[in-house]
Design a protein around this ligand. Sequence first.
Ligand code: PMP
Length: 288
Amino acid sequence: MKVYIDGKFYGERDAKISVFDHGLLYGDGIFEGIRAYNGRVFRLKEHIDRLFFSAKAILLTIPISRSAITEAVLESCRKNRLRDGYIRLVVTRGVGTLGLNPSRCKRPSVIVIADKIQLYPPELYERGMEIVTVPTVRNLHSALNPAIKSLNYLNNILAKIEANGAGCEEAVMLNAEGFVSECTGDNIFIVKEGRLMTPPLSAGALYGITRQVVIELAGQSGVAVTEPNLTRYDLFNAKECFLTGTGAEIVPVVKIDGRVIGTGKPGQLTKKLVTAYHALTKVSGEPI
Ligand code: PMP
């Protein structure tokens, strides 16, 4: 595997960054998880846009242009002969001193890792997933806004550990007001009376790119989408529920906190959206 670091490609063993990089010392940095399907990078522009928005929010100046980052992602795929896979794009604050001050970091580092994708097992998509609400509350947007895709993922990791402890793969995270925000690595949707609902981004969620694609696909099939504040009660009484994310794609959810959702099987609208999503990823994206 060849890994891109600051303009050069390195073999897997030589792809290293300094222990003084504030990305490591403080989680000071940002990232994107991107997918390639069938020789094309899906929604690449949207991922690069989000990376620049995250950078702006943490006052980090990405040292190379949008087109140079785009090229680094595409070249990483080419160098690794990757037609289908997962691309991790990371920008760290860079090498500094043992102190928080980011102004000591002279140059952010840009890293691209293009790898194979590890999906959840296929049975999970066929049968649906069970998820639980966890005690760890989603970061307040007035503290560390979940819209920033930062290298500081401990909030999500703690929730993931709690979900795993309860025998589940994913966690529903509530915000400080008790409304549903999102899962540890996915956005959440429910279906009620033929309409889709997903928490508003202000409830403390990432501006998910898959979330946006699902909203567009629903619109194309005439399915209304609203973004109200949702409580656990709303989840329990939904007809269908599913999660969205670049890595996970669309995952049906059939049980939440021990309550069976709908029929206890992946729902019709969920299945329709999965088919539409796969059809879209096959043909759309930036050619490698
Ligand atoms: N929420 C969180 C916390 C995430 O990390 C992710 C990405 N894995 C998502 C939602 C889904 O976002 P996207 O569809 O852009 O991958």
